[in-house]
Design a protein around this ligand. Structure first.
Ligand code: AVJ
Ligand code: FE
Length: 417
């Protein structure tokens, strides 16, 4: 049976905008200006930059083209806060974002307030190309939600370099959790359709909806847990070349990986660092901060494989959308459940390539997803850093196979029979 997603009435764009912007502010509320300037690597950005870039997005793609007489508080911000849109003009070096001390946090917050009031006024006025204004407002809000997730993961990465191991949110007592036995559930597959069905918001890369053949398959009832991962480690998983893709083995050797990111061994017990501080690893929580290479080796060790994105999407359509998301404010995975959703993004074996018939939109916004369709892998399901409002069965995110700083985990799959 397929649970159809609630038919969407026209969203209230002003409310979506207000709520999305407010959630971003809530995430940075506990941070100091020094926290907000840190950039720990090229893949990660300072919190201050995320605040400004998401604001630039609304300014560049809505206010400049659609608000008569709009004036930016500083025309030079476009150079600093354009991420990668070549058609939107030149931009600052991505790996040097942490060197920008000015504008300071206060100036960036003033930039946000300016764009907030101008965009609200435009929405209230009901004038201009309202169809474009509404659809790009919605895109801008979903874009900002993606950056809320990046804010969380980039902050964790930056804090992880601090020997004091800062606590972003007070730790909770270790959960007493129960192990859920791992088992496989069977799925019929068949000639099916996947991709966005046109109802409600989706990114361009989620369509066109199209037919694909899925052989009968089995899917794990839960994500791989830290307990499972320690078994893999103790069985020599990180030292057994036969389990690894050649590329993965090279990266593992070079980086000296022998456990997930943010782990260490202390008096015979594995500990990890999260935004809740340093704590012993929760054995029943999904493993997180593993690369595609590690996830793929783990699956081979377990006598299984990673799911394809079609397999994942089919199963997700029958699963109610509940789980540990950003909205739950845990900022780390909690004990695995039998939901497919939340906690950790799950690596699939599917490359991030265009669906049949995909054409990126014209203009700079066509650079949003389409130009990244090589060498990255699709992940499904959302994580403890994802706003639940972003999730739907067709949602596909993507990362490079060596990356680990996002909330990345896995679920096992198998061929039927
Ligand atoms: C889809 C998560 C890979 O991190 O660059 C943010 C999200 N796109 N701004 C990324 C995104 C434009 C994107 N990922
Ligand atoms: Fe962005």
């Amino acid at each position: 049976m397929t649970v159809s997603m609630h038919p969407q009435s026209a969203p209230d764009y002003a409310t979506l905008f207000t709520e999305t912007r407010a959630r971003t502010h809530a995430i940075v509320a506990p941070l100091t200006p020094e926290d907000m300037a840190l950039q720990s690597m090229e893949d990660a950005s300072p919190a201050k930059w995320h605040l400004a870039h998401t604001t630039w997005f609304f300014e560049e793609f809505i206010l400049k083209p659609h608000a008569p007489n709009y004036r930016s508080p500083d025309e030079r911000f476009a150079f600093l806060f354009n991420s990668y849109y070549v058609q939107a003009g030149p931009r600052h070096a991505r790996d040097k974002r942490g060197l920008i001390s000015r504008p300071g946090v206060e100036d960036v917050l003033a930039y946000r307030a300016h764009v907030d009031s101008q965009l609200q006024a435009l929405l209230q006025s009901g004038t201009g190309d309202t169809e474009a204004i509404h659809s790009i407002t919605e895109l801008g809000c979903h874009h900002e939600m993606q950056h809320q997730e990046l804010l969380v993961t980039d902050l964790l990465h930056a804090f992880s370099y601090n020997p004091l191991m800062p606590v972003y949110r007070a730790p909770e007592p270790l959960e007493t959790t129960q192990e859920i036995a791992h088992r496989f559930t069977s799925h019929a597959g068949g000639l099916v359709e996947i991709g966005h069905d046109g109802d409600g918001f989706a990114y361009d890369c989620e369509g066109p909806r199209h037919k694909t053949y899925v052989a009968p398959y089995q899917l794990g009832n839960r994500a791989a847990t830290n307990r499972d991962w320690i078994a893999f480690m103790q069985d020599g998983g990180y030292d057994d070349v036969t389990l690894w893709l050649m590329e993965g083995w090279v990266v593992k050797q070079r980086e000296g990986w022998d456990s997930p990111l943010y782990w260490w061994l202390q008096d015979g017990v594995y500990w990890s660092y999260s935004l809740r501080g340093a704590q012993p690893v929760n054995l029943d929580a999904p493993v997180v901060h593993v690369s595609y290479y590690e996830a793929e080796a783990f699956a081979r060790w377990a006598g299984a494989r990673l799911a394809t994105e079609a397999e994942w999407e089919l199963a997700a359509r029958d699963t109610p959308l509940t789980g540990n998301f950003l909205d739950n404010k845990n900022f780390r995975p909690t004990a695995a459940t039998e939901s497919l959703w939340g906690n950790v993004w799950e690596w699939t074996q599917s490359p991030f390539t265009p669906y049949p018939g995909f054409k990126p939109p014209e203009g700079a916004l066509g650079e949003y997803n389409g130009k990244f369709m090589v060498n990255q892998m699709v992940l499904r399901g959302g994580s403890c850093a994802t706003a639940i409002a972003q999730m739907r069965p067709s949602y596909r995110t993507f990362f490079y196979p060596h990356q680990r700083w996002q909330m990345l985990g896995l679920r096992l799959a198998k061929d039927q029979g």
